[in-house]
Design a protein around this ligand. Structure first.
Ligand code: TXA
Ligand code: MG
Length: 321
């Protein structure tokens, strides 16, 4: 069993020392929990890939406390890049820029670019201040699974890792992974949808392109089946849920309050507003995995711009066969 420590000066000191010593530490951010290591230590980075069972070509996000730290790992700080981080940092926005040659190539899956993000969560910020260096961290799930939004989620994914320290910052308030924007081309390209919406980015940047199609994507980690629960899940419009439930074995149904579900099917209710829904979604998927049902039915939530479209992106991946 991994060790969970509450957020305190002592736990931050301990974890900062571990990061400096080349160890891996799991920690809270406002989006999802991360599995972090010193960006400038290639052996520590290799350990992150190994723990997560992540393909070596899938690059990591370097977490930084501010712009000065971001400039230690990335080049290409044009006015556009400064403007974007001025509007969105600290927060759930990741930008892709040219990687500084001093950064170990494996911190970015061997790419010439690197993703950087300044998290807003006080625990993540204290950890970055504590070790005073960038921390590369993917989401702290095992590769392909649902991202963790609590320390307990991380502990259950890494129950075989006695030595893993998890810094508990409570449940993640955003609940889905950061928006990723690629600034290495002349047009800014959104590679992953998140709570910083396309509409908001267009307001800040003017012209943007969106490239998040779930079949093909220039972000190596945006594989079709991703963020996936263990049991097969399908996305179903409210009107046909009853029909879907009528044929087949007992299902766990992730739905809104107004949808009724009768035994032997199991109901898990999600909040009606996009913010609350996103914050609860991964926890609901993980709970659904433990109900003993052999299938999951997810009621299709509202189709709307902003956060709902990011939620639909994750639902499409989680339910892709
Ligand atoms: O909210 C988040 O971003 C969380 C927290 C921990 O910060 N992190 C996270 O990391 O979601 P990860 O590794 O699970 O997802 C990073 C995504 C992947 O899809 C990856 O392929 C993409 O960002 N990415 C990272 N660096 C990239 C690069 N240089 N070029 C293109 N895509 C990149
Ligand atoms: Mg991930």
């Amino acid at each position: 069993m991994a060790a969970i420590l509450p957020y305190s000066d002592d736990s931050i000191d301990l974890a900062s020392g571990m990061i400096r010593d080349g160890k891996v530490v799991a920690f809270a951010t406002e989006t999802v929990y991360g599995l972090g290591a010193d960006t400038f230590n290639p052996d520590a980075i290799a350990r992150v890939y190994e723990l997560k069972n992540r393909p070596g070509g899938n690059p990591l996000i370097a977490h930084v406390v501010d712009l000065a730290m971001a400039k230690e790992v990335s080049d290409g700080w044009t006015r556009r890049a400064m403007h974007l981080v001025g509007a969105c940092w600290p927060g759930p926005l990741t930008i892709i820029l040219p990687r500084k040659s001093s950064v170990p190539a494996n911190a970015s899956g061997g790419l010439a670019t690197i993703a950087v993000r300044s998290p807003r969560h006080p625990l993540a910020r204290s950890l970055l201040y504590g070790c005073s260096r960038p921390i590369s961290a993917p989401s702290a799930n095992r590769s392909g699974g649902v991202s963790p939004t609590s320390a307990q989620h991380v502990a259950s994914d890494y129950s075989d890792q006695q030595d893993l320290l998890i810094l508990d910052g409570g449940p993640c308030t955003v609940g889905i992974e950061s928006t990723v924007v690629d600034l290495t081309e002349s047009k800014a390209v959104v590679r992953r949808l998140g709570s910083v919406s396309i509409e908001r980015l267009a307001e800040i940047l003017g012209a943007i392109e969106v490239d998040v199609s779930i079949e093909q994507n220039a972000s190596p980690g945006s594989a079709l089946r991703h963020y996936a629960p263990r049991i097969p899940a399908t996305l179903v419009e409210k009107e046909i849920i009853a029909q879907v439930l009528a044929s087949g074995p007992p299902a766990v149904v992730l739905c809104l309050e107004s949808t009724e579900v009768e035994a032997p099917h199991v109901r898990i209710v999600l909040p009606p507003e996009a913010d609350g829904y996103a914050a609860e979604l991964y926890n609901a998927m993980r709970r659904a995995d433990t109900t003993g049902c052999s299938r999951m039915v997810i009621e299709s939530p509202p189709r709307a711009p902003g956060l709902w479209s990011a939620i639909h992106d994750r639902l499409a991946r989680a339910t892709s066969p």
